[in-house]
Design a protein around this ligand. Structure first.
Ligand code: FE2
Ligand code: FE2
Length: 296
């Protein structure tokens, strides 16, 4: 297992150069190009045909910004959680691998922030995740600082989603733009992070005692719970922005429908489940059966 972590830490994807080039890259705005309807929330659901053109456009913009904001927030959480690992672990192979992933996440955060600043005029006044939920960010940070390994498996799922979302963007637009590019550069790194998280989880739990294992299980469940809350807050804010005048009952129903669309109507999420299922199937690790629901 250590060999795969070693391989991860020494594998050169030209990450540094790619992100350096990106800093000076000038590409058209995604908003200047024809809108791919497959990227508009509710596409393929009956409600989609009831939406006005203005509502579709608002949902499209909100969903794009929401994705960028979630990436930034969760990368910060991962960065901080793994910091604990780096300082508390004596195993040099683990430390080097963790150092590398933290460095990459920092580059990603800067890249997505550049996109937000340049191409999302709504931000920061209108925010779908990063602003006005300090309690959520603090809960995530407290959890990962207390139980660093609580981040590994849930992060792998979010990272798998980034990979398929990036691929979906590339195939949805006819020409390149800054949103496609930042997600493409991100997916090149993230495609290695998914198996890294599983390997790290297996490696650390194999040497953990009973009490530590219990803490890791609780930590992972709490992290997954916080992710669900993140997801619902995002759906609530996107609907509030795009369909502001819905009565309360209809609003809640539409928020839940949006959640359902992301989980079951949006192709990248279906592919994410498949990849996570394969990662589980490849390895035998502690409490594997307990976490199988993550790919259902
Ligand atoms: Fe990342
Ligand atoms: Fe990552």
């Amino acid at each position: 297992m250590e060999s795969s972590l070693f391989h991860f830490s020494t594998n050169d994807n030209h990450t540094e150069q790619r992100w350096k080039d990106y800093k000076h890259l000038s590409l058209p705005s995604y908003l200047s190009q024809p809108r791919p309807d497959g990227l508009v929330p509710f596409y393929g659901f009956p409600i989609f045909s009831e939406l006005t053109e203005e509502q579709k456009q608002k949902l499209y913009v909100a969903f794009t910004q929401f994705n960028a904001e979630v990436v930034i927030m969760l990368e910060l959480v991962l960065y901080e959680g793994l910091k604990e690992f780096q300082s508390s672990n004596n195993d040099q192979v683990v430390v080097n691998a963790v150092k590398k992933i933290r460095w990459e996440e920092k580059l990603h955060t800067k890249g997505f922030l550049r996109f937000l600043k340049k191409e999302t005029p709504l931000f920061p006044k209108t925010s779908f995740m990063l602003r006005n939920n300090t309690w959520l960010k603090n809960s995530f940070l407290t959890l990962v600082k207390t139980i660093p390994l609580s981040v590994a498996l849930p992060a792998a799922k979010v990272e798998a989603f980034s990979v398929y979302y990036g691929k979906c963007l590339r195939s949805s637009y006819k020409e390149n733009n800054l949103w496609v590019e930042v997600n493409y550069l991100h997916l090149i790194d993230e495609s290695h992070h998914v198996s890294f998280e599983f390997d790290l989880f297996k490696h650390i739990t194999s040497a953990a005692n009973g009490f530590q294992k219990l803490k890791i299980i609780i930590g992972n469940f709490l992290f997954i719970l916080l992710l669900q809350i993140t997801f619902l807050i995002g759906c609530h804010r996107m609907i509030k922005y795009a369909l502001p005048h819905l009565p309360r009952k209809k609003h809640i129903k539409t928020v839940l429908q949006l959640g359902k669309w992301i989980l079951y109507g949006f192709e990248p999420y279906t592919q994410t489940r498949e990849l996570i299922r394969n990662q589980f199937a490849k390895r035998d690790f502690f409490a594997r059966s307990l976490f199988q629901f993550m790919h259902k």
